[in-house]
Design a protein around this ligand. Structure first.
Ligand code: FAD
Length: 355
């Protein structure tokens, strides 16, 4: 039986480990459950219209179809309880945006994805004097709950989870062994999915994965109970599972303090007040670090010197939509030699081209 070791059990590693196991591999997953990891902090939105100009996400329909396939797949039983399909409402910021969307919403490319709201919705609760655009096939996910469920599925199908730091100095690539607490584990393939910490991995330290810090608030407000959607307007507001709303986020490439800060909270609250008209109370505050890349795409592929050593990383701000799809591509690449789409290939970066 093929022996595979997966390093890192965030969204990427957890989906990948389950898929490889299902294809008949013996899989060992190593993770230290770091509280700052992006997957443990993320708001979990999946949205196909993003950015300042409201552009359609890369491969929007394909990524949504892959998430839907996971939901319907009996192997991933129990995962659906953590996935909450719900519309996203994006209030117009000015008349120009209103006019743009009035045209775009009628175009075939957007027709199935958005609904034009020409009047304000819930004007007593949120500022949206010009109406907005409702994004239809989207929602949010309790990513922590989802990952724990994926790991339950993984274990109950024979996968092995080892909790602790990855012992990079105990990995012998020549002999294909990793020594864990004195015991050598042989492997045929190893896949590195450490999120922003991939840069501490001696074989992938040259990957252009940049840490990007994000802070998030949790708030309570009675006035929000009636809202049937997520709101995005500078900040996003996501209805959590316990009556708390998640509000985020900040984006920082340069930071000294990786934890929650007063400045981060002030920035989010300043933007929140531009949306919300009702009083609220802040009841939680957390921070995590995203693994971003120059072209905002994940990175898939193998090491030029060690072809059995792979990475699946760089999920940036959109891990929830991209991880189910990219973990499937990666599984097919490792087990069947299937080609990875050009824009995701590790070989686009000079240090990872074969010599
Ligand atoms: C504030 C914030 C909000 C976000 N909101 C959203 C959102 O709404 N929607 C969305 O799609 N995405 C969102 N994201 C991004 C999303 O969280 C990431 O794209 C995704 O979680 C990345 O997953 P990953 O598995 O690649 O990395 P990670 O989540 O970082 O997982 C890596 C894992 O590897 C482990 N690990 C790393 N190094 C070691 C080591 N040396 N030893 C042992 N274990 C190790 C870590 O403990 C971790 O469990 C957000 C991120 C942040 C920070």
């Amino acid at each position: 039986m093929r022996q595979v070791i997966v390093l890192g059990a965030g969204l990427a590693g957890s989906f990948l480990a389950c898929r490889l196991l299902r294809q008949g591999c013996h899989v060992t997953l190593i993770d230290d459950r770091a509280p700052m990891s992006a997957s443990r902090v993320a708001a979990g939105l999946y949205n196909v219209i993003t950015g300042r100009f409201g552009s359609k996400t890369w491969k929007a329909e394909t990524l949504l179809a892959e998430l839907d396939a996971v939901l319907k797949d009996p192997f991933f039983q129990g995962v659906s309880q953590f996935i909450h399909p719900i519309h996203i409402y994006r209030p117009f910021k000015d008349v120009e945006e209103y006019n743009q969307w009035s045209g775009w919403s009628a175009e075939p490319a957007y027709h199935q994805l958005v609904k034009f709201e020409e009047r304000p919705l819930f004007p007593e609760v949120i500022h949206n004097p010009l109406g907005g655009i409702r994004i239809l096939p989207c929602g949010w996910v309790n990513i922590g709950g989802l990952i724990d469920r994926l790991q339950d599925i993984f274990r109950s199908n024979g996968g092995v989870v080892l909790q602790g730091s990855i012992p990079y100095d105990q990995i012998n690539m020549g002999q294909k062994t990793l020594t864990w607490k004195g015991e050598p584990l042989g492997f045929d393939q190893m896949i590195c999915c450490e999120g922003y910490r991939i840069r501490q991995n001696p074989w992938f330290e040259k990957l252009p994965v940049q840490p990007n810090k994000g802070e998030i608030l949790e708030i309570e407000s009675e006035g929000l109970d009636q809202l049937p959607f997520v709101i995005t307007k500078k900040v996003y507001m996501v209805p959590g599972e316990s009556g708390r709303w998640i509000v985020g986020s900040t984006y920082e490439h340069l930071f000294d303090d990786p934890g929650p800060t007063e400045a981060g909270r002030a920035q989010i609250e300043e933007q929140l007040r531009l949306v919300l008209k009702v009083p609220y109370k802040v009841v939680g505050h957390r921070a995590g670090i995203r693994p971003t890349t120059p072209n905002r795409r994940p990175i898939l592929g193998s090491h030029p010197q060690w072809p059995f050593l792979y990475t699946l990383s760089g999920f940036g701000t959109k891990g929830m939509l991209a991880a189910p799809y990219c973990s499937r591509l990666m599984t097919a690449h490792i087990l069947e030699g299937a080609e990875v789409p050009e824009e995701l290939r590790i070989t686009q970066f000079k240090a990872f081209r074969p010599t």
